[in-house]
Design a protein around this ligand. Structure first.
Ligand code: SF4
Length: 344
């Protein structure tokens, strides 16, 4: 465990987060395990409502109280037990050790403050810089993300969408955090600008020797920037592995469904196959495997008992009953022909 901790920046173990109201209990996170390795980018993938953003907020110890409650679990960030920290201690951890880039620059930037002042404020709070030093650093940060420092006196509305996203990246990176969490950072951007922003994030991550948790529903972005991938469904990880494990050797029917719903030149002429049905209501999760109402491989057992995590290799595992009696890797596919052996 000690050896693992030396290599990881973030470890989440058996996390459960509920939102409790008078009428219902929303089970947003249900036994989530996740590891981000030092210097690597982990893609956290899944449809809207899977619990991706709640996971990120839990890492920042910012699950909305009083309704939101961490019911169980442990979050270790850079060796620190996050859930035992006071709000004052978290203030220093946020920004210095971890920071987050949100998806919508319009709601994340203060419209009545210049972008330079917003970055400088972060530096004054977290790095305790003087006003003059913080202003100088803010200009440098803007230049790092490709915005001339001379524009630091301008307001958010004076920037284009792509430029505003760059300002958010500058804000997120201002204190050179060890872990950057990016929540759908390019969703609001057109494809060309999206590619530029992703390239910029990749470069800066390498320059600053950071780790990154990239939250996205877009497998194209995962292929572009991630080293490892965790696929999330109904508040838990249902498959995880390296980029190659997930793209070339996917095992879970949900992961397979995500890929089948994407256009693929190798399947030119075939129609796309979106996953039928919807993510279950977290206030009323199905018994057994939460994916069973949508799964074409579901058996009676799947509707009764939650599947265990099956490990295929040191890096690759999937939570599915299909592998109950399997010692080796097998493709999850109805087209799988055992006489052909394992297809890798
Ligand atoms: Fe489908 Fe059953 Fe596997 Fe769940 S456990 S993904 S329902 S086959």
């Amino acid at each position: 465990m000690e050896e693992l901790t030396n290599k990881t920046i973030l470890e989440i173990e058996n996390l459960h987060v509920h939102f409790v109201s008078k009428v219902e209990t929303v089970k947003a996170i249900n036994g989530l395990d996740l590891v981000v390795h030092k210097g690597k980018t982990l893609g956290l993938v899944g449809e809207t409502g899977a619990g991706k953003t709640t996971t990120a907020l839990a890492v920042l110890n910012m699950v909305a109280k009083p309704q939101g409650k961490v019911i169980a679990g442990k979050i270790t960030l850079d060796g620190e037990d996050i859930l035992s920290k006071t709000e004052d201690q978290m203030e220093s951890i946020r920004g210095n050790t971890v920071s987050m880039i949100f998806q919508d620059p319009m709601t994340s930037l203060n419209p009545v403050m210049t972008v330079g002042d917003q970055i400088a404020e972060v530096l004054q709070i977290h790095k305790k810089l003087s006003k003059a030093d913080a202003a100088r650093e803010a200009k440098k940060m803007l230049e790092t993300v490709g915005i001339p420092g001379t524009r630091s006196g301008e307001y958010p509305h004076q920037f284009s969408g792509g430029m505003k996203q760059r300002v958010l990246i500058a804000l997120g990176l201002a204190c050179t955090p060890k872990l950057l969490i990016a929540d759908e950072p390019t969703t609001a951007l057109d494809v060309t600008i999206q590619a530029q922003v992703l390239e910029l994030m990749k470069d800066l991550k390498n320059q600053m020797d950071m780790s990154m948790l990239m939250i996205t529903h877009d497998l194209g972005i995962v292929a572009e920037v991630c080293d490892d991938v965790a696929v999330m469904y109904a508040g838990t990880i249902i498959e995880s592995g390296t980029l190659e494990d997930i793209f070339d050797r996917k095992r879970h029917p949900y992961t397979e469904g995500l890929f089948n719903s994407l256009p693929d030149v190798s399947r030119r002429g075939q129609s796309l196959k979106p996953i039928g049905g919807q993510m279950p209501n977290p206030a009323d999760l199905p018994q057994g495997c939460a994916f069973h109402p949508r799964c074409e491989y579901a058996t009676e057992k799947c509707s009764r008992e939650e599947p265990p995590m099956h490990r295929f290799s040191e890096t690759h595992c999937a939570k599915c009953w299909l592998y109950e009696h399997t010692d080796e890797c097998m493709l999850v596919s109805k087209d799988y022909d055992p006489s052909q052996g394992v297809q890798e």
